[in-house]
Write a protein of this length. Structure first.
Length: 107
């Protein structure tokens, strides 16, 4: 049985939020790292996953994602502060291990 994870991304200034869901968090983290390396100088740099919820059904994950997308900025901040008061990146180890793996291939 696959799990679906709803997550919230933010930038270093906690100004912008992006809400999405995935069934494979590791590939999502890798994809985010690659996208952020291309857009480093452009716009907001959404680089930290600060909130996540797991669901067993796709319909439940989509419903929760839609609920969160309709929340105001203040409501989203309250949810984050309740579950992650220090706004820590919830998946820092995977990002670092991916960077270390690919550093061997750098020219």
């Amino acid at each position: 049985m696959s799990n679906f994870i709803v997550y919230i991304l933010t930038d270093n200034n906690r100004r912008y939020f992006e809400i999405d869901f995935t069934s494979n968090m590791l590939s999502t983290i890798v994809e985010l790292q690659q996208v952020n390396s291309f857009t480093f100088q452009q716009g907001s740099h959404l680089n930290r996953i600060i909130y996540s919820e797991a669901f067993s059904k796709l319909a439940c994950a989509k419903k929760r994602m839609n609920e969160l997308q309709n929340f105001t900025h203040l409501q989203i901040e309250r949810i984050i502060r309740k579950n992650n008061p220090n706004w820590n990146n919830l998946y820092p180890q995977q990002q670092q291990s991916y960077a270390k793996r690919n550093s061997n291939y750098a020219a």
